[in-house]
Design a binder for this molecule. Structure first.
Ligand code: JHZ
Length: 416
């Protein structure tokens, strides 16, 4: 449990949301473990009044969370498209070629790095999870890059640097929210970045979390929830400057921030100047540098809870059946905090083969292949991977044709 800010070390941290005790978001249960007690951890969000970083107080040991990992990025065509877009953009903008080196921290199953194969000289991926880093090796193919299984930190970066690694581009997509050794990772990025290299950081945007009541993105894997202000301050502590930024729709709203070393030429700074001014101004204007912007969050969550319960109760009262799409990490927070379990929900479907056959953490709902929607024909399907609702509804258009209705809870409860 932290007593001071994970980024700036200030003790001025103020509670903004409390979601009680929940199981780990990806701790899916096998059927034979159903009677065994599940570990639960407090889920409390705080705001740092000095650097504005929003964070949870509990730190679950990373080995427990990431050694074996169920989430594979390639499952979503939206994620694949996003990865393709940024890699192509960087190849063009930075004129990457045979002499260039690209490193990705948290490379998952190789969904992003594969876009660099044949385009740059050296590709390095690092990921703590044994199963998904093996997938990355297979995705890249023999001789097309080096995948390291392990955690990235300052020591690892020094080791790589001694082996001559110096990167033109470092990617870290949805990594900075997850790391307990925050300063080790940011320092490691600086160590490995060429003087005019660029680190591209994607992370869920705390402004969208608040404005769209995306409270279910709060779970133990996510230690930190960034604004442009808090992210820029963290990197400044390590001599790096935010030189450009984009606000992307992916994952319900993400920041894509570009960093360069302050002791280098900062060649991207001029181009990104106006976008940076704009995002900082907007955050200040809408109160994201003050804790009061989080004052209504709990009330918004409780409002969503009562709206969803009202909708589901009506369905059950009318004899309807309900399934869920997406055994996502965020579904664990929503189901546990809202108290929705196997009594109301018949089953969950998920396209990830490794999740099928398990039960959801804490709520014990069975997870099936999406074909169960055809076989068991539930009347309603609640999409708890709401950030990909469009993609899911498009690829399963037959569900509506067979008479089913979708429920999308966030950003606004809708029955479609
Ligand atoms: P999704 C993950 O969170 C995990 P999750 C992680 N902690 C993180 O930071 C964010 O992503 C960014 C299923 N699915 O993306 C697959 C389908 O079945 O909301 C996954 O089980 N069919 C790293 O888990 C789950 O949804 C589909 O067509 O909350 C992923 O859910 C799609 C698109 C997804 O992330």
């Amino acid at each position: 449990m932290i007593l001071k800010c994970r980024s700036c070390g200030s003790q001025k941290i103020k509670g903004v949301l409390s979601l009680g005790f929940t199981p780990l978001a990806n701790a899916l249960l096998s059927k034979d473990k159903i009677d065994q007690p599940e570990e639960k951890f407090p889920l409390d969000l705080v705001f740092c009044e000095d650097c504005t970083l929003v964070q949870i107080v509990e730190t679950v040991p990373p080995e427990k969370l990431f050694k074996q990992y169920f989430y594979t990025s390639s499952i979503s065509s939206t994620v694949l498209e996003n990865a393709k877009e940024i890699t192509h953009r960087l190849i063009d903008r930075l004129k990457l070629d045979e002499s260039s080196t690209v490193l990705e921290i948290g490379c998952n199953d190789g969904y992003l790095l594969k876009n660099y194969v044949g385009k740059v000289g050296k590709i390095i991926g690092i990921d703590p999870s044994e199963n998904v880093s093996q997938m990355a090796r297979e995705t890249l193919g023999p001789g097309n890059g080096k995948i390291i299984t392990g955690f990235f930190n300052a020591d690892r970066a020094r080791e790589l640097s001694q082996f001559g690694v110096s990167a033109d581009v470092i990617h870290a997509n949805n990594v900075l929210a997850h790391v307990a050794d925050l300063h080790g990772v940011v320092e490691g990025i600086k160590t490995l970045l060429k003087p005019d290299g660029v680190a591209v950081i994607e992370t869920h945007y705390v402004r969208d979390l608040v404005e769209q009541t995306q409270f279910d993105c709060v779970y133990h894997e996510h230690l930190c929830y960034y604004s442009a202000h808090s992210l820029a301050k963290l990197f400044e502590l390590h001599g790096m400057e935010m030189v450009d930024v984009q606000h992307l729709p992916i994952h319900g709203g993400s920041l894509r921030a570009y960093f360069q070393r302050q002791d280098g030429p900062m060649s991207m700074a001029e181009e990104g100047k106006h976008r940076l001014e704009d995002i900082f101004e907007q955050e200040s204007l809408f109160g994201f540098t003050w804790s009061s912007v989080y004052d209504d969050l709990m009330e918004q969550v409780m409002h969503l809870k009562s709206e969803l319960w009202r909708t589901l109760n009506r369905i059950v009262k009318d004899g309807g059946s309900i399934a869920i799409y997406g055994a996502s990490a965020k579904s664990t927070t929503l189901l546990n905090f809202f108290g929705l379990d196997a009594e109301y929900i018949d089953f969950v479907v998920d396209d990830t083969p490794g999740k099928q056959g398990f039960l959801t953490p804490g709520t014990h709902i069975p997870i099936f292949n999406p074909s169960a929607l055809k076989d068991l024909k539930p009347d309603y399907c609640l999409i708890l991977t709401w950030n990909f609702a469009k993609e899911i509804m498009e690829k399963n258009q037959w569900f509506k044709k067979q008479g089913g209705k979708w429920i999308v809870p966030i950003p606004k409860l809708e029955v479609i």
